[in-house]
Design a protein around this ligand. Structure first.
Ligand code: F6P
Length: 319
């Protein structure tokens, strides 16, 4: 193996730059040439590639977003798109590809692998919904970003004796919502993994009000429903005047936390080592503190769920 390529695909996540830097620097250190493909699979289809050097990835470890930019490619979901991508990679004279992204990106990587092109995945998504790794790159930063916002909302909620319904990202997963709710001292959290019980939410709000709590916070994962829709369902707020806030894409931006910068560095490096060790069709992950690899299809076939015992803990702490 002489030359490898790296791309970022799907939603950006803080810490992706640390992973790009690690792929590049470890690759060069191990005698490889490294090429960066811009705008994910879309850029691949257009042959949009740049050489990456030790210095071109300097000063990026603490930057949010991805220097390679990213895209959600509809064309690459089709068989002809994958075949075209395979041809472009051959034209670029690269021997293997590192894909930094989430489930959709890994499905694309697996299609290339099945056609005989060695690929390794690095989990980069704020949603933390990839099996085969305890955390994905960007999740920790997103949780901390959302938590900062929740703390600010608590200030105004308590000043006005209000209920705030706060919608967080996560697609179909409740990892961000649960973590933010627990760390932010919310009264309720609604997760896609747990059937919605509006009656219980109303009871909780009433109980909080009777107990003398002057304000309340509900965190709702976007995979359950929007904050707006939920507000329409909570007909009895226990007397609290309510407001809604959608945190939105702010959760994807900002400098990575130390945890994500380190995770991105470790996983980027491990992806290169896996390729050099003859492994492909796998994702680099961290399990119980150790770097590991698992077959790409397992990352989406084995559904990863948040630890629901934390939900019980939240219920106990918020009464
Ligand atoms: O997968 C990351 C994520 O931010 C999800 O949490 C969210 O549902 C989605 O991407 C939003 O995608 P887009 O940026 O395309 O609107």
């Amino acid at each position: 193996m002489k030359r490898i390529a790296v791309l970022t695909s799907g939603g950006d996540a803080p810490g992706m730059n640390a992973a790009i830097r690690a792929v590049t620097r470890v690759g060069i250190y191990r005698g490889l040439e490294v090429v960066g493909i811009r705008r994910g699979y879309e850029g691949l289809l257009e042959g949009d590639a740049i050489p990456l050097t030790q210095s071109s990835v300097g000063g990026i470890i603490h930057h949010g977003g991805t220097i390679l930019r990213t895209a959600r490619s509809e064309r690459f979901k089709r068989s002809e798109g994958v075949t075209e991508g395979f041809t472009r990679l051959k034209e670029m004279d690269v021997d293997a590809l590192v894909v930094i992204g989430g489930e959709g990106s890994f499905k694309g990587a697996w299609e290339l692998e099945k056609r005989g092109f060695p690929t390794v995945g690095v989990p980069g998504t704020i949603d933390n919904d990839c099996a085969g790794t305890d955390e994905t790159i960007g999740y920790d930063t997103a949780v901390n970003t959302a938590l900062e916002a929740v703390k600010k909302l608590r200030d105004t909620a308590s000043s006005h004796d209000r209920l705030f319904i706060i919608e967080v990202m996560g697609r179909n997963s409740g990892f961000i919502a649960l973590q933010v709710a627990l760390a932010g001292g919310a009264e309720c959290v609604l997760l896609p993994e747990v059937p919605l019980d509006v009656e219980k939410v109303c009871q909780k709000l009433n109980y909080a009000k009777r107990r003398g709590k002057t304000h309340s916070l509900i965190i709702v994962a976007e995979g359950v429903m929007s904050a707006q829709e939920l507000a329409g369902k909570i007909l009895d707020t226990g007397g609290y005047e309510s407001r809604i806030t959608v945190l939105g894409h702010i959760q994807r931006g900002g400098s990575p936390t130390a945890f994500d910068a380190v995770l991105g560095s470790r996983l980027g490096a491990h992806a290169v080592e896996a390729l050099l060790g003859g492994k492909s069709g796998v994702m680099a992950g961290v399990t119980c503190g150790q770097v590991t690899t698992c077959p790409l299809p397992e990352t989406w076939e084995n559904k990863k769920r948040p630890d629901l015992s934390l939900l019980e803990l939240l219920n106990a702490l918020s009464i």
